[in-house]
Design a protein around this ligand. Structure first.
Ligand code: HPA
Ligand code: ZN
Length: 333
């Protein structure tokens, strides 16, 4: 029988589609599209994936995305991610994409949105996994650029469930994006933001109070401010945590040092996710296994994490109820 982690029905809510580009696919797409990469082989690429902080990762992540040109490329990428997620027991995934990484290279929404839709439909037909898209604004670029991106996204909003905020956190507070988030809210979208990964607790407060987000992506540094932890607990604000990412980007020295279990015990609605699995070497199942062994989580705590993922998602109440019922029926041994 498959391992408990695989058998638990789960939702993934923090995965960047551009961060699922495996070195093998990067090399294949570079050849297919006539692009020369600084790191030419799969081994060279993997050897370069030794990061010192978020920015050292982002530099390689944006470079890697340069091989994505055609709708077929985006479809292959989406399908490959969803196949792997389904194999880990993920039933639904809410997937970030970074349009500005592509529009900045002259690739329009019509190209990547068509590719994503093709990969999402094929994966749902073959593996039963459903998915939704979260448009992320790059916070190293100004809010005016985010506004232009939202203009370009307008014809596609029926296929986008939420907006988010990612890229270099330090020096780029959430409050700088209040107007574009307000526009997204008025368009009926859900709101999320990366906050408290490398940035201070103040950025988590701003994401909640200025942007009005439904979930915080990462949020590990919230623990430095107990009033903020209390706020997260009282309001049931989910954190989409990514433990393997946090170790690879030196947010914590070792998985044993991660604060996921403490926050769970405080009563925060913690979830487990993969972030950029092709770069950090771990899909969502690996992230559950890492905290299970590194933090000594019990089977019941793993069930709590999976239930949190269902409840924190943007799925409709009937689908949530169905997944929670399935979860309750999973044998724990
Ligand atoms: N943080 C911020 N931006 C990102 C990340 C992350 O972990 N992954 C991809 N873009
Ligand atoms: Zn992220």
């Amino acid at each position: 029988m498959a391992d408990l982690v695989t058998r638990l029905p789960k939702v993934e809510m923090h995965v960047h589609i551009e961060g699922t580009l495996e070195p093998e696919m990067m090399v294949t797409l570079a050849a297919r599209n006539g692009i020369t990469l600084p790191h030419r082989s799969v081994d060279d690429l993997r050897a370069a994936y030794r990061f010192t902080n978020l920015q050292s990762f982002l530099d390689l992540y944006y470079q890697g995305a340069s091989v994505l040109l055609t709708a077929r490329d985006f479809e292959d990428l989406m399908y490959a991610y969803l196949r792997r997620a389904a194999a880990d027991g993920v039933r639904h995934s809410e997937i970030f994409f970074d349009p500005q990484t592509h529009t900045g290279r002259g690739i329009g929404f019509e190209v990547f949105m068509a590719g994503f839709a093709g990969g999402q439909a094929r994966a749902q037909a073959e593996f039963g996994i459903t998915s939704a898209l979260i448009l992320c604004f790059l916070r190293h670029l100004p809010e005016s650029a985010a506004m232009e991106t939202f203009d370009a996204a307008e014809p596609f909003l029926d296929r986008i469930i939420a907006v988010g905020l990612d890229s270099s956190e330090v020096g780029h507070p959430p409050s700088g994006y209040a107007r574009v988030f307000e526009r997204a809210r008025q368009a009926g979208l859900h709101l999320v933001a990366h906050a408290g990964e490398e940035g201070p607790p103040q950025f988590v407060w701003e994401a909640l109070d200025v942007l009005g987000v439904d979930r915080i992506d990462h949020g590990v540094r919230a623990e430095e401010d107990m009033a903020l932890v209390t706020r997260l607990v009282d309001d049931g604000v989910p954190l989409t945590m990514c433990p393997v990412s946090n170790v690879r980007l030196k947010v914590f020295p070792r998985i044993e040092d991660h604060n996921l279990k403490r926050l769970l015990e405080f009563g925060v609605r913690v979830t487990v996710n993969s972030d950029d699995p092709a770069y950090f070497g771990g899909y969502v199942g690996d992230n559950y296994q890492a905290v299970r062994s590194g933090l000594g989580l019990t089977p019941l705590e793993l069930v709590d994490l999976a239930r949190n993922s269902v409840e924190a998602s943007f799925l409709d109440p009937a689908r949530k109820k169905g997944l929670v019922a399935e979860l309750a029926a999973v044998p724990l041994v």
